[in-house]
Write a protein that binds this ligand. Structure first.
Ligand SMILES: NC(=O)c1ccc[n+]([C@@H]2O[C@H](COP(=O)([O-])OP(=O)(O)OC[C@H]3O[C@@H](n4cnc5c(N)ncnc54)[C@H](OP(=O)(O)O)[C@@H]3O)[C@@H](O)[C@H]2O)c1
Length: 395
C-alpha cells in the first residue's frame, strides 16, 4: 500500500494532536512530511521525535533556534524551517498528498490556499480561511481540482449524509441543513449573568476539548455562525436553508433534510478523531481510536432553538452572510480581534458581540476580487475593531 505523505499545519493544536493520534494508529498508511507550530516548540520537538518528519516549521527565528538546538541535542534529522514562505513551501511540496489545515484563524489562510492551489487533498479545519476568503477560496478549489474535505464535525457529518449524486450548486434533492450546537458553557444564561465571566470559564467547553479561540467562539455561538457561513460556501446552500438547533449532548453532528421529507442524521461520540479519520481515509473507513455510540448510556437527545437575544453573534453571522461582499471577512477579523482582547482581559465577554457589531456597522461592504483585497479588508476591520476595543477599555 502506498503511504499518504502528510503535512499538518498547526500540529501542536487540538486538531493537530487529534490528527497525529489517528495517524499514529496507521503507520502502514500515513507518513508525516512536515509539522508546524507557532510558539510551542517543545511540543513540536516531541512530535518530531515520534514522527520523524522531513521538516518542522515555526514562525519566529528565536523559536526556530530553540527548536533546532532541542532537536539536535536529541539526534533528530528533522530540518527546521521558519516563516510564512517556508510554511507555504511545506503545504505545496509536490511529494505531499494531504495537507491538514489546523492553524487557528486568518493567519492560516495563505498556507491553506497554497495547499489548495497545488491540488492536494486538503482536510479543512481552519474555517476562518474559508469564511474570510469566501468565493475566492472556492474558485481556487475549482481551478486546481483539489479535494477539499471538511473535518469540522458538522460539515463532515453533512458530507457523510449527502447522496453520492449530490451536485454542489445544482441540487434539488437536499432542501435544508441543520447544524446542531452544544450551546457552550453558558447555555441558558442571560446576558447579565455573562458580563463578568472569565476566559477560563468561557474556555471550559462541556463536551469538546478545543483550542482557546474556538472555545470562546463556541461560548458566544460565533462558532456556529462561522459554521453557517462555512456550510453555505461548502455546499452552496442559501442562508435560509441552514438552520441551527441547540443540542447540549453533542451526539448528533448534522442533519440533512431531503425533498421527500426524509432526514438523515450523522451521530457519534464528540471526538474530533472521528471526522479526521473519515477524511484521512476517504472514501474508505479506518479506525479512529473512538468507540461507537453506546445507546445504553446515551439517552435524552434534546433539541431547542438558539437564544439569539442573549447570544447575538449567531445572528451577526447570518446577517453578514446575507450582506455579501466582504461582510464575512470583516465579521471574522472583528471577532478574532475581540476574542483575543477578551482572552487578554481587555474587554468583557459580552463586549465581543458589541465589537463585532460596531465594526460591521462602521464598515462599507465591497466585493473582493483578489486575495490581496481579502487581506486588506481583514486589516481594515482589525484596525476598526482595535480602535473600538481601546475606546471600550477606557470607559
Ligand atoms: N479543536 C477542535 O475541536 C476544532 C473543531 C472544529 C474546527 N476547528 C478549527 O480548527 C482550527 C484549529 O483549532 P484548534 O482548536 O486546534 O486550535 P489550537 O489548539 O489553538 O491550535 C492552533 C494551532 O495553530 C498554530 N498557530 C497559532 N497561531 C499561529 C500563527 N500565528 N502562525 C502559525 N501557526 C499558528 C498553533 O501553534 P502553537 O501551538 O505553537 O501556538 C497550533 O498548532 C480552528 O480554525 C478551529 O476553528 C477546531
Amino acid at each position: 500500500m502506498m503511504r499518504q505523505l502528510i503535512t499538518i499545519l498547526g500540529s501542536t493544536g487540538s486538531i493537530g494532536s487529534s490528527s497525529l493520534d489517528v495517524i499514529s494508529q496507521h503507520p502502514e498508511r500515513f507518513e508525516i512530511f512536515a509539522l508546524s507550530a507557532n510558539l510551542q516548540y517543545q511540543t513540536l520537538a516531541n512530535q518530531c521525535l515520534k514522527f520523524n518528519p522531513c521538516y518542522a516549521v515555526v514562525m519566529i527565528p528565536e523559536v526556530a533556534n530553540q527548536l533546532k538546538q532541542l532537536l539536535q541535542s536529541k539526534g533528530s534529522k528533522t530540518q527546521v524551517l521558519c516563516g510564512p514562505e517556508d510554511l507555504n513551501h511545506v503545504a505545496q511540496e509536490p511529494a505531499v498528498d494531504t495537507v491538514i489545515a489546523g492553524i487557528v484563524g486568518a493567519v492560516g489562510l495563505r498556507a491553506t490556499l497554497a495547499a489548495v492551489e497545488s491540488g492536494k487533498k486538503v482536510l479543512l479545519a481552519n474555517k476562518e480561511s474559508l469564511v474570510m476568503a469566501g468565493n475566492l477560496f472556492k474558485q481556487a478549489v475549482a481551478r486546481s481540482g483539489c479535494t477539499l474535505l471538511p473535518i469540522d464535525s458538522e460539515h463532515n457529518g453533512i458530507f457523510q449524509c449527502l447522496p453520492d449524486n449530490f451536485k454542489i450548486g445544482c441540487n434539488e434533492t437536499v432542501i435544508k441543513l441543520t447544524l446542531p450546537a452544544s450551546g457552550g458553557p453558558f447555555l441558558g444564561w442571560k446576558e447579565k449573568q455573562m458580563r463578568d465571566v472569565t476566559p477560563k470559564e468561557a474556555c471550559a467547553h462541556p463536551n469538546w476539548q478545543m483550542g482557546r479561540k474556538i472555545s470562546v467562539d463556541s461560548a458566544t455561538l460565533m462558532n456556529k455562525g462561522l459554521e453557517v457561513i462555512e456550510a453555505s460556501l461548502l455546499f452552496e446552500m442559501p442562508a435560509d436553508s441552514i438552520e441551527v438547533v441547540i443540542h447540549p449532548q453533542s451526539i448528533v453532528h448534522a442533519f440533512v433534510h431531503f425533498a421527500d421529507g426524509s432526514t438523515l442524521a450523522h451521530m457519534g461520540v464528540p471526538d474530533m478523531r472521528v471526522p479526521i479519520a473519515h477524511a484521512l481515509a476517504w472514501p474508505r473507513r479506518i479506525k479512529s481510536g473512538v468507540e461507537t455510540l453506546d445507546f445504553s448510556v446515551v439517552s435524552n437527545l434534546e433539541f431547542s432553538p438558539p437564544d439569539l437575544e442573549n447570544f447575538p453573534c449567531l445572528q451577526l453571522a447570518y446577517d453578514a452572510l446575507l450582506s455579501g461582499g466582504d461582510a464575512t471577512t470583516i465579521l471574522n477579523a472583528a471577532n478574532e480581534t475581540a476574542v483575543d482582547a477578551f482572552l487578554n482581559s481587555r474587554i468583557k465577554f459580552t463586549q465581543i458581540s458589541e465589537i463585532v457589531c460596531d465594526t460591521l456597522t462602521n464598515s462599507v461592504f465591497s466585493p473582493l476580487k483578489t486575495i490581496e483585497e481579502v487581506e486588506a479588508s481583514d486589516a481594515r476591520a482589525r484596525l476598526i475593531s482595535s480602535k473600538l476595543i481601546k475606546a471600550t477599555a477606557k470607559q
